[in-house]
Design a binder for this molecule. Structure first.
Ligand code: SF4
Length: 370
């Protein structure tokens, strides 16, 4: 938890999920850190803070920028493939990963990064205007700004635009249930498969993340995919990957896509080399051998290991190279045209072409896009 900074004027909107403690502090119950706050103090995430007798969210309506991305960049390979998604984030994070690949946003301690102001309606309108099928809460974890994310998702839903969450899944049960009612697809980072990894490198715990995965797959209609960033010498042993894959197969089933992505040295982990492609390929073999049907490599170019194949007959269904769709053979109903087996996912006809490249979007309107 962070103490208040000198001259720190707290502004924001009332936050939910907290309670007063007998010792006078207020406990935030949004994530399993349960920060206990004195007057004027910020939580570990930096964006939730105590002001008077309540917890406020200090980043409501403020963003670190907007981009139009391909949905495959989230990564989501089985959710409206080839469509464009309006991506944004705020600042701060409730994890402290030493290997963070978005640290300039997640570790932001000043809001000078939050240059774009946008109401939920303005974001929904911008998504519709630019041909995006969905809006994604990404770059930093939406857990910490979930009230804003919910309002954006609700405004999007009114325009038939989907909402996507990219998160580490470190969230308490009540806010989690509230949040995911509005979320159509999620990619959850499963950062490793040992408590030691989470504790040592993220100051967090594995168990709540596994609870979130189980909850999403069995108690919501949210489409779920999982990403594991493989870091040389930290979480890439064949034993750990086998244990992770066996757990996913047993608890979530064969149809949840799993992405193994390549690490590059960043933030406080500059002493590790980039992940060799061979490690990603070996992990993919292990996960497939465990029974998982859709296992992908990421952050490398390798069409063979990034494409989707039919689990029934092995036919190529969707060709992919990095974030680009290179082939499309899926029938309109999401089945294999050769054997008729259903491919897990959310499909809506042939792929869109609007999201192949990242495009920054200037969005500085605060009131309904006008
Ligand atoms: S959401 Fe932020 S303030 Fe609340 S418990 Fe988590 S880190 Fe602490």
């Amino acid at each position: 938890m962070n103490g208040s900074t000198s001259g720190d004027i707290l502004e924001g909107v009332p936050g939910r999920h907290w309670q007063r403690l007998e010792d006078g502090r207020i406990r935030c119950e949004v994530c399993p850190r349960y920060c206990k706050l004195h007057e004027g103090q910020r939580g570990l995430c930096f964006v939730r803070a105590r002001r008077g007798d309540e917890v406020i969210l200090t980043t409501y309506g403020r963003s670190s920028g907007f981009c139009i991305d391909p949905i495959e960049k989230k990564p989501l390979n089985h959710f409206l493939p080839g469509s464009a998604v309006l991506s944004f984030g705020t600042a701060g994070c409730n994890l402290t990963c030493k290997f963070c690949q978005n640290w300039d946003i997640s570790k932001a301690r000043q809001f000078d990064r939050l240059t774009d102001l946008a109401s939920p309606e303005a974001i929904a309108e911008a998504a519709a205007r630019t041909g995006c099928r969905s809006v994604a809460f990404t770059y930093n974890d939406p857990v910490i700004f979930f009230e804003y994310a919910i309002d954006v998702a609700a405004a999007c839903r009114a325009r038939d635009i989907k909402a996507v969450s990219v998160s580490a899944g470190y969230m308490c049960a009540e806010p989690r249930a509230e949040f995911y009612r509005y979320i159509d697809a999620a990619n959850i980072d499963l950062k490793g498969f040992t408590e030691g990894f989470y504790k040592r490198l993220c100051s967090a715990e594995l168990a709540p993340v596994l609870e979130t995965l189980t909850y999403l797959e069995h108690e919501t209609s949210t489409w779920l995919e999982i990403t594991t960033l493989l870091i040389p010498g930290e979480n890439d042993s064949p034993q750990e990957i086998a244990a992770l894959s066996a757990w996913l197969m047993e608890r979530l089933g064969a149809d949840v896509p799993l992405h193994f992505t390549a690490f590059h040295p960043d933030w406080k982990m500059l002493d590790k080399p980039p992940t060799p492609a061979a490690t990603l390929l070996a992990a993919q073999r292990i996960a497939r051998a465990a029974g998982l049907r859709y296992v992908y490599t990421g952050n490398i170019h390798d069409e063979a290991t990034q494409s989707t194949y039919c689990h029934g007959c092995g036919a190529l269904l969707i060709g992919r190279d990095w974030h680009a769709i290179t082939a499309w053979h899926l029938a309109g109903d999401g089945r294999c045209p050769r054997c008729g087996a259903a491919c897990g996912g959310v499909f809506d006809g042939p792929p869109g072409a609007g999201g192949r490249r990242r495009r920054p979007l200037v969005l500085d309107l605060v009131d309904g896009g006008r």
